[in-house]
Design a protein around this ligand. Structure first.
Ligand code: DQA
Length: 142
């Protein structure tokens, strides 16, 4: 079963964006890292990024209909988008909420997630290395 990795706003600017927080890896490199992880596990991994909330909601609906596991870095939407939460709630396979940075060491507004209580598991602070960890974890369970 395919594993979907869905990245939200500003993550397309990885590498250029606040590298002290998010690291030097670009989004293209992150895509390659996730695909290679999938290949080593014999699993197809699809990685997508959007700055458009309605597009993300459509991808979550697609993942819900297909019954596939998801790694979701909803970026800033994590902290306020009930629409993304409502879409994530429809997933039937495991959902990993992922953050590159340790959001709990950062500004207060990043400490709350509207997604965590509909996620199967939550990861923060592993850098981009969190993605292969999450993919491996999902691959063992789905
Ligand atoms: C993030 C953390 C969010 O607070 C922030 O808005 C992001 C990225 C992370 O991966 O650490 O854009 O989800």
């Amino acid at each position: 079963m395919t594993i979907h990795v869905l990245n939200g706003p500003n993550l397309g600017r990885l590498g250029a964006r606040e590298p002290l927080i998010y690291g030097a890896t670009t989004h293209d490199e992150l895509v390659a890292l996730c695909e290679e992880t999938g290949k080593a596990l014999g699993r197809e991994v699809v990685v997508r990024q959007t700055d458009d909330e309605s597009e993300m909601i459509g991808w979550l609906h697609e993942a819900a209909d297909a019954g596939v596991p998801v790694v979701l870095n909803a970026a800033a939407w994590t902290h306020y988008s009930i629409a993304v939460r409502d879409a994530a709630s429809q997933l039937t396979a495991p959902l990993v909420e992922l953050h590159i940075s340790n959001v709990h060491r950062r500004e207060q507004f990043r400490h709350h997630s509207v997604l965590s209580d509909v996620a199967t598991a939550v990861m923060a602070g592993f850098g981009v290395e969190g993605y292969p960890l999450a993919i491996r974890w999902l691959a063992e369970r789905t």
